[in-house]
Design a protein around this ligand. Structure first.
Ligand code: IPM
Ligand code: MN
Length: 364
């Protein structure tokens, strides 16, 4: 049995993860392989336990072979003190499980090439993979804080990378590049930041020692932000630190014009045959549309497809889930966020049902 922990989270999280569960149900009816449990993370966990990443969830997360997360956060918890905000639950689970490699693909589906705010020729056929380091950088660097000093109040965060943190994420990037366009662009700010200087040196070492068959280039983050909208198709795999990756992956997602379509995976080190892994849609909890059956479940369903491929070596099942989604789009069905001319607008549950039906047909 494969143990899957589902963390529906807040806002639209529960309704989008429910659609992915329909897909899991289908595979379980064919052959009972997935053992599914649920737990709380983020605001839902604050409400129940006063903690965004409570002990109960931590224990289940440690035991899980893979985790599917909806989304966390919402205005209801915005006024809480920073240590118990929903986002802290997300950061805590990443750190706790050592999920250092965050894979964020930005893919433009043919049917949705018009959805981008950029010219169609700039984005059509786009397929890039951003690998964001996820457990270091200013997100976790110590010391950090806010203090009173003689010169005034001082706020500080520390950008820190150890060599091994750079090496392991660079290896993930090179390994994945080998399976696709064989190009890695490492993004840093080595002209200014010492931390980035080390980043660049370590990436070069890894490249020289094991990956000379992959093309490596380097780019400063400010230029990269510009290049991503000027000519995004020049990139194949991008590898970068936590904060630059946070920003650039939002930019890359917007290139596709359909945030509701993009999945992600956060992976840890293989440890005695087990590799911690968490899959989640790139979009947030969208509290304004929560519970209204209008959210797009595709990013979550595609996150499940990534889980099949990366955690369970179920390549074919993952491909079939993706095909079921493509067929759904080709048939002209759209949730509100990706609605286009001459298409049929449908809700979250109906979208989940239609994608499920397409999948069933692939196996009948
Ligand atoms: C993301 C989010 C998180 C981050 C927030 C919610 C803590 O923006 O996953 O990109 O900054 O990593
Ligand atoms: Mn972000």
């Amino acid at each position: 049995m494969k143990n899957i922990l589902i963390l529906p989270g807040d806002g639209i999280g529960p309704e989008v993860t429910r659609q992915a569960e329909k897909i899991l149900g289908f595979f379980n009816r064919k052959k009972n392989i997935f053992n599914i449990t649920h737990a709380n993370l983020g605001g839902a966990a604050i409400d129940e336990f006063g903690n965004p990443y409570p002990k109960q969830t931590q224990e289940l997360a440690e035991k899980a072979d893979a985790i599917l997360l909806g989304a966390v956060g919402g205005p209801k918890w915005d006024k809480l003190e920073s240590s118990i905000r929903p986002e802290k639950g997300l950061l805590a689970i990443r750190k706790h499980l050592g999920l250092f490699a965050n894979l964020r693909p930005a893919i433009v589906y043919d049917e949705l090439a018009d959805a981008s705010t950029l010219k169609k020729e700039v984005v059509s056929g786009l397929d890039i993979l951003i690998i964001r380091e996820l457990t270091g950088d200013v997100y976790f660097g110590e010391p950090k804080g806010i203090e009173q000093t003689p010169e005034g109040r001082k706020g500080y965060s520390n950008m820190i990378y150890y060599d091994y943190e750079v090496t392991r994420v660079a290896k993930v990037a090179f390994d994945l590049a080998r399976k696709r366009g064989k190009k890695v662009c490492s993004i840093d700010k080595a002209n200014v930041l010492a931390c980035s200087e080390l980043w660049r040196e370590e990436v070069i070492k890894v490249h020289q020692s094991e990956y000379k068959d992959v093309e490596l280039s380097h780019m400063y983050v400010d230029n990269a932000a510009m290049q991503l909208i000027r000519n995004p198709k020049q990139f194949d795999v991008i590898v970068t630190g936590n904060i630059f990756g946070d920003i650039l992956s939002d930019e890359a997602a917007q290139l596709t014009g359909s945030l509701g379509m993009l999945p992600s995976a956060s992976l840890g080190n293989a440890n005695q045959g087990k590799c911690n892994a968490l899959y989640e849609p790139i979009h947030g909890s969208a509290p304004d549309i929560a519970g209204k059956n209008v959210a797009n479940p595709i990013a979550t369903i595609l996150s499940l497809a990534m889980m099949f491929k990366y955690s369970f070596d179920m390549q074919e099942a993952g491909d079939n889930v993706e095909s079921a989604v493509k067929k759904f789009l080709a048939a002209g069905f759209r949730t509100a966020d990706i609605m286009q001319d001459k298409c049929t607008k449908i809700g979250t549950e109906e979208a989940g049902d239609k994608i499920l039906k397409n999948l069933e047909q692939l196996y009948s």
